[in-house]
Design a protein around this ligand. Structure first.
Ligand SMILES: Nc1nc2c(c(=O)[nH]1)N[C@H]1C(S)=C(S)[C@@H](COP(=O)(O)O)O[C@H]1N2
Ligand SMILES: [Mo]
Length: 449
């Protein structure tokens, strides 16, 4: 008894293919008010209603649950979870991935922000935590959390991304992980805190100071060098995350936030900043978080996260089980250099591209949600997205990235991701523009040390 309309009936004037294999105008849904009222008939699963009232469901016959001091997601959403992957020997070292493929919009819920710790999450009493600013400063000082909260606060929505995110992309075989468990060492929050420049103005900064050594109060005693220039530009001493105080995993009670820069520099549980003339050459800026190039030289201090994008739906592990018809392609794009200017989508393996609709506001160094409707004809298809940022930087194809960087770099993998949709609707990760399928070797990298 489905009362399904064809696309042409729903969108009489607007049904227009903008690229090969069924990509439709990104504004299709916006343009047609008719589309909104008919939208439920687009998905094959929706069925037409008769005149009788629906039966009263069981939960309408008993009073509901009581009030709660702190809400939790519905129990039916238990699968929307981080994917923890600790180091096999050192269980407190490792990472947990944000399930990007299960989320929509641009904000990552706090309980799902990815985690990367080198030696677990310290349990810090904020009343006992202080930030020391010392070294080449005029007035070395301790700041309590209460002291910091007295300064004018500032908020910024931005992503934090680990330099090691997406590193299975360097592997010879495509990854078999879902999109978030492959690319989800990146999350986006509204961060609120004190501009670091405000605190440095309080302590005074010696002209000779060119770097700040940031120290974390975890059992790893994380330390790393931050250029003073960035500290003055837009660095933040972050205290709040999406309106509430930072989560312990993400640095409670205080973390350094360097918008658009590699995750490792965003020191959590921040306890000291020492102004110095030269970088400290810590483990995480020499032995790790550097990239070996084909020349045998290694790139160091690769701070900025380059533009990247990813189709989150449909993506690996999903099935277009409603058969041929209208689907929405939805994904995320971001750039450490500024705003995302455009995201192109292809459903024919890169032969033709069409610009996706960008969710507004488009903010600099923040997740940008893109969407475009696609009329799948049921044939095998190759889905790709390509981000272009406001500096004109274009996200590279994988082969281009490998040509430039070789394959021993491990960090900073930002190539175009290709999803293969099979005739049966199943979606897998693939490298090629033919119908090659992933082999069994594609696995999640658990080599965090
Ligand atoms: N003190 C401390 N800060 C740290 C780390 C750490 O292990 N200890 N890990 C860094 C790395 S490598 C990344 S990618 C980010 C991860 O931040 P998140 O766990 O809030 O996502 O924190 C950085 N700051
Ligand atoms: Mo990282």
């Amino acid at each position: 008894m489905t009362n399904k309309k064809t696309l042409a009936q729903i969108f009489p004037d607007d049904i227009r293919h903008v690229a090969g294999n069924g990509l439709l105008d990104r504004r299709l849904f916006l343009k047609s008010s008719l589309a909104l009222s008919s939208a439920s008939f687009i998905a094959d699963g929706a069925h037409a209603a008769g005149t009788e009232q629906p039966a009263r469901p069981a939960w309408m016959n008993v009073p509901g649950e009581p009030f709660t001091p702190y809400g939790r997601p519905s129990g039916f959403e238990d699968e929307v979870a981080r994917f923890p992957s600790p180091n096999r020997q050192l269980r407190n070292n490792g990472a947990s991935w944000t399930p990007l493929h299960k989320l929509e919009g641009m904000i990552t819920p706090n309980g799902l922000h990815y985690e990367r710790h080198h030696n677990g999450v310290p349990r810090i009493n904020p009343d006992e935590h202080e930030l020391l600013v010392h070294g080449l400063v005029e007035r070395p000082s301790f700041f309590s959390i209460e002291n910091l909260l007295r300064y004018p606060l500032r908020s910024q929505i931005c992503f934090v991304e680990c330099g090691g995110n997406s590193n299975p992309g360097w592997n010879k075989s495509p990854s078999r992980a879902e999109a978030g468990y492959f690319h989800g060492l990146v999350s986006c929050s509204e961060w609120t805190g004190v501009p670091l420049s405000t605190v440095l103005a309080e302590t005074g900064l010696d002209k000779k100071a060119k770097w700040l050594i940031a120290d974390g109060a975890d059992a790893f005693a994380m330390n790393i060098s931050i250029p003073v220039e960035k500290a003055m530009e837009d660095a933040m001493l972050a205290l709040y995350q999406n309106g509430e105080r930072l989560r312990p995993e993400n640095g409670y009670p205080l973390r350094l936030l360097l918008p658009g820069w590699e995750g490792v520099l965003n020191v959590k549980w921040l306890r000291a900043l020492k102004a110095v003339e030269k970088p400290i050459m810590a483990r995480n800026e020499t032995a790790r978080y550097t990239e070996l190039l084909p020349s045998g030289k290694a790139r160091m201090f690769t701070f900025t996260m380059e533009a990247k994008s990813l189709i989150t739906s449909p993506s690996a592990g999903m099935v277009l089980n409603q058969g041929p018809g209208l689907y929405q392609v939805s994904g995320l794009a971001w750039s450490g250099r500024g705003r995302v200017k455009q995201v192109d989508v292809s459903v024919d393996g890169g032969k033709s591209w069409a610009p996706a609709e960008l969710q507004t506001p488009v903010l600099e160094k923040a997740f940008t949600r893109f969407r475009i409707p696609w009329q799948w004809n049921g044939a095998p298809s190759m889905l790709k997205s390509r981000a272009i940022d406001e500096t004109g930087y274009v996200q590279p194809e994988r082969q281009q990235l490998i040509n430039e960087r070789g394959r021993h770099g491990f960090f900073h993998y930002n190539a175009i991701v290709t999803w293969h949709v099979d005739e049966d609707g199943s979606v897998t990760h693939t490298y090629d523009t033919d119908t090659a399928q992933p082999d069994n070797n594609g696995s999640i990298d658990t080599g965090w040390d």
